[in-house]
Design a binder for this molecule. Structure first.
Ligand SMILES: Nc1ncnc2c1ncn2[C@@H]1O[C@H](COP(=O)(O)OP(=O)(O)OP(=O)(O)O)[C@@H](O)[C@H]1O
Length: 291
């Protein structure tokens, strides 16, 4: 067992009885800034386990009346245990702030990787899609839906394994995206139309992500929000000639970007798809289970 693993176990042993406070952590460098606060590298003093500490200002939460939702969502995420879902180990608060004790994702945002390399290889793209399909199947089983699975919310650990982060912030993040960046790119037709929707919205988003991993841009990108909306509603999908992408990958994308949500490929079928079977690195997706 590696040191980090032993330390994680130590940390986990403390979780049920522990009332955490800021004194339990040594705070390191800032890792990033979100809408509601900042994220810092931190080390739990007793176990020496490295975590990411997300600091959220209560004032912000109160301003947007998000405290009930934040609490519910924190409870959901604490209960999720999957190698491709970022762990939330616990939380505590003081007068001004709420602190979330999160698994540290050493590799940072997948979004940055994607921008850096332009697009990903089929092997990497397939591995990420398989990881996402497995993580989502696990969440759906637990009746947790509505993951905000756009590249900015996907982090990588020290081994390059994908982690879905920002759980439960789907509503905020989505409205944030609408107002701040105006992007609808990852939303299924039934969502942009504000219709009732179910688990199948996540399957659509997997199709969008698969396209973006392979081509470097989302499939329905347009100058304006209205044009993106139109393209999504028409499923105006086309595959550029470069970069070269295999017919099997295009087949998977076309079977996910289907307007009728009941006809989209299921998560199970994604995992069995020939492109995934051929390209996904199974070590990264299934065998490193439950630490
Ligand atoms: N667990 C983590 N490990 C490593 N880096 C992280 C972790 N969590 C967040 N970060 C970094 O900090 C940045 C800000 O994270 P945060 O979740 O606050 O922002 P956000 O995605 O904009 O979320 P929100 O919508 O909640 O404001 C991320 O973009 C990421 O680079």
């Amino acid at each position: 067992m590696t040191f980090q693993l032993q330390r994680e176990k130590q940390l986990q042993n403390q979780i049920p009885r522990r009332q955490w406070s800021l004194q339990d952590f040594e705070i390191g460098k800032p890792l990033g800034k979100g809408k509601f606060g900042r994220v810092y590298l931190a080390r739990e003093v007793k176990s020496k386990y490295i975590v990411a500490l997300k600091v959220i200002f209560k004032e912000q939460i109160e301003k947007y009346r998000l405290h009930h939702q934040l609490r519910r969502e924190m409870e959901i995420q604490t209960g999720l245990r999957h190698p491709n879902v970022l762990r939330l180990y616990g939380w505590f608060h003081d007068n001004e702030r709420i602190y979330l004790i999160l698994e540290y994702a050493h590799g940072g945002e997948l979004y940055r990787e994607l921008r850096k390399s332009g697009h990903l290889s089929e092997k990497r793209a397939a591995t990420y899609i398989a990881s996402l399909a497995q993580a989502l199947a696990y969440c759906h089983e637990k009746d947790v839906i509505h993951r905000d699975i756009k590249p900015e919310n996907l982090l990588l650990d020290h081994e390059g394994r994908l982690k879905i982060a920002d759980f439960g912030w789907s509503v905020q993040s989505r409205s944030k995206r609408h107002t701040m960046c105006g992007t609808l790119d990852y939303l299924a037709p039934e969502m942009v139309e504000n219709k009732a929707h179910d688990y199948a919205v996540d399957n659509w988003t997997l199709g969008v992500l698969c396209y973006e991993f392979l081509y470097g841009v989302p499939p329905f990108e347009a100058e304006s929000q209205t044009d993106t909306f139109r393209r999504i509603m028409k499923v105006d999908l086309s595959f550029p000639s470069t970069p070269q992408v295999s017919a099997e990958a295009k087949n998977l994308i076309s079977r996910l970007l289907v307007k009728d949500s009941s006809k989209r490929l299921s998560l199970q079928k994604i995992m069995e798809h020939p492109w995934i079977m051929k390209n996904a690195d199974s070590m990264d997706t299934c065998s490193k289970l439950q630490l």
